[in-house]
Ligand binder design. Sequence first.
Ligand SMILES: CC(C)(COP(=O)(O)OP(=O)(O)OC[C@H]1O[C@@H](n2cnc3c(N)ncnc32)[C@H](O)[C@@H]1OP(=O)(O)O)[C@@H](O)C(=O)NCCC(=O)NCCS
Length: 160
Amino acid sequence: MSVQLRNFTTLNAQQKAMILEWRNHPSVRANMYNTDTISQEEHLAFIDSLVKREDKRYFLVQEGKEDIGVIDFNAISTISTKLGIYANPFLAKKGMGTLLMKTLIAYAFDVLKTPTLEAEVFAHNERAIHLYEKFGFQEKFRRFINEKEIICMELDNENR
Ligand SMILES: CC(C)(COP(=O)(O)OP(=O)(O)OC[C@H]1O[C@@H](n2cnc3c(N)ncnc32)[C@H](O)[C@@H]1OP(=O)(O)O)[C@@H](O)C(=O)NCCC(=O)NCCS
């Protein structure tokens, strides 16, 4: 089935509301730097702000008619790009992370043409770490933010 990328800036009101519900779900929120519940106002203002941002791109990923998750790109530059990823927490289906990551890697290297993809993940997030390692990401260093250990991982285009 074909995978579609819908830029956040092109979403309708219902899709924007759906994504806010995902982003505020405890299983997603717990693994983000900003763990606060995001208000509708903040969410809509953030999406509006993306129109002018060359360094950020956010996408709803759909497979056929199914909404499977979000992938995003931050700090996009000719040197590297930081990724973001979360699966639809209401979809009880395996393999969604794998499909999202395949889509993310293809977009980063084929469309953005970034040489290096960077991922920052909480050391306790075994599920995400497993996914990144499966796709060849390697740990580069660790750091602490608010006493939480973060693993910084990278994947170069030539190693994908
Ligand atoms: C990270 C995320 C996208 C991964 O999606 P997913 O649906 O688990 O991905 P998949 O179903 O493709 O599974 C990935 C692998 O992890 C494995 N896995 C599942 N739970 C696991 C766990 N607790 N520990 C280790 N591996 C685990 C799966 O078995 C699968 O392995 P396989 O492909 O070798 O069979 C999803 O968990 C998510 O949205 N998490 C919340 C947001 C988040 O943490 N984002 C990343 C922030 S850095």
